[in-house]
Design a protein around this ligand. Structure first.
Ligand SMILES: CC(C)(COP(=O)(O)OP(=O)(O)OC[C@H]1O[C@@H](n2cnc3c(N)ncnc32)[C@H](O)[C@@H]1OP(=O)(O)O)[C@@H](O)C(=O)NCCC(=O)NCCS
Length: 412
């Protein structure tokens, strides 16, 4: 039986889902997950004994897309109990969840982190962001900052600066495709520091970058949360800095925070994950190779309501085209659509049943290009999308691009 969850389902649900990912919840992680849990967005499949054997949930938030911040379903907690796998339970859950999101009509897109990339393409998700990570040899890179440093970096406890952290995150978010809004409950969870996630490193530390405000007082322009993992060898100290998240509204703040982390005494490495592929740090150091940057798949995005999604983002170039889209799971998206955007980048999207298409693609391809991080030309080279009129890929690709690469900033 498939049914919506209630708050009473949380404990057995958490036990089932965590078992599939191989982790054991402790009191703190339990509290954090419970804070985020949205029972009315969670669907369960139960067996004859009423035991939960399948689950798919979602968090409600808004996601930054090119030029806008749109309501989005953050899909999470997807798991099926081993004895019930490969019998179509996930397919049932995905079909139900996407239909419910589409029917509610509030969220034109859904996003998720995939445990394995091969799972979700069949449900119309496309690879929309890439996840960059760095294992920086911190003694081998020197920051070459042209910025004049007028502020200071200060260590503080998150409780005393929570309002500043929240304010700064909200200030930076609209310009970072792939970032999502955090509710008060989400912030409470984010600022918790369960021992189970520390992996042998210290408790979480917080630094802020602040400068004098124009009208007195101080303004926080950046913050970083990080841990230190101490280490010593015959050759001397070789500790590590592990960055949890770094948010900066200005270049000065960005440089000052990175400088602080890269020059920490007794450490020789800095690890950072969930970075953007176009991270400015690459252009700020004298030896980018020693940043040891690696890139993997990031957020997968599903266009749920095609006209609302395409009209909801902005475009980097004017365009007037007809796109023919296939969508096996949500047939209301299938067909021909006319996409137009003006010189300012504002788009409109209308059905165009009788018109000749410029481009043919699947809904998963629209998901891949939607945040501006996957060039349409790359999908064409991979044989996934097809142009039917000259230069369609070039014209539409330019419109869907964006000046900043999207990034999935936080796993959910
Ligand atoms: C991934 C998982 C949820 C799949 O559940 P399931 O009920 O076995 O999936 P279904 O039977 O509905 O499979 C639907 C389709 O996806 C495919 N598929 C499912 N899981 C897959 C996987 N891990 N790798 C490759 N293909 C997979 C199936 O082969 C099937 O393909 P088809 O449509 O061509 O027939 C389940 O294996 C699981 O819980 N894994 C561990 C936790 C996990 O990785 N969760 C995902 C978190 S993002």
């Amino acid at each position: 039986m498939l049914r919506r969850a209630t708050d009473q389902d949380f404990d057995p649900l958490e036990a089932m889902v965590s078992a599939q990912f191989g982790w054991d919840p402790d009191a703190e992680s339990h509290e954090r997950e419970q804070l985020r849990f949205e029972a009315d967005r969670d669907y369960l499949i139960l067996d004859r004994e009423n035991t939960i054997v399948g689950n798919a949930g979602a968090y409600s938030a808004a996601l930054t897309v090119p030029g806008a911040v749109l309501p989005a379903a953050l899909v999470t907690g997807v798991a099926v109990e081993p004895a019930h796998r490969r019998q179509g339970l996930l397919r049932r859950l995905m079909a139900h969840q996407l239909t419910e999101i589409a029917t509610a009509g509030q969220e034109p897109i859904a996003v998720l982190w995939a445990s394995e990339g091969r799972i979700y393409q069949r449900f119309g998700y496309g690879l929309a962001t890439r996840r960059a990570a760095m294992a920086i040899e911190s003694r081998e890179v020197v920051l070459q900052s042209p910025a004049v440093d007028e502020g200071r970096v200060r260590t503080c406890s998150p409780e005393t600066v929570r309002a500043e952290l929240e304010g700064l995150y909200a200030r930076v978010l609209p310009d970072r495709p792939g970032w999502f809004t955090r509710s008060e409950r989400w912030w409470t969870g984010r600022l918790m520091d369960p021992k189970s996630v520390r992996e042998g490193a210290s408790a979480r530390r917080v630094i802020v970058y602040e400068r004098a405000g124009d009208t007195g007082g101080t303004v926080v322009d950046g913050y970083a949360m990080w841990r230190m993992k101490p280490g010593h060898s015959q050759g001397g100290p070789n500790g590590e800095v592990r960055v949890i998240e770094l948010v900066a509204a200005t270049t000065q703040a960005y440089v000052a925070l990175w400088r602080h982390l890269l020059t920490m005494d007794l450490t020789r490495k800095v690890f950072a994950d969930f970075l953007a592929v176009d991270e400015p740090l690459v252009h700020l150091v004298d030896e980018p190779r020693r940043l040891r940057m690696t890139v993997a798949d990031g957020l997968w995005l599903r266009v749920v309501d095609l006209p609302a999604a395409l009209a909801g983002r902005w475009y980097a170039a004017p365009v007037d085209v007809v796109i023919e889209v296939s969508d096996a799971m949500l047939p209301q998206n299938a067909g021909r659509w006319r996409l137009r955007s003006d010189v300012d980048g504002v788009g409109t999207c209308e059905p165009a049943a009788g018109a000749d298409p410029d481009l043919v693609c699947d809904i998963a391809d629209l998901g891949a290009v939607y945040l501006g991080g996957t060039p349409l030309g790359r999908l064409a080279d991979a044989g996934r999308v097809r142009e039917l009129k000259p230069y369609a890929i070039r014209r539409i690709g330019a419109a869907f691009g964006w000046h900043r690469d999207p990034a999935g900033f936080e796993m959910f």
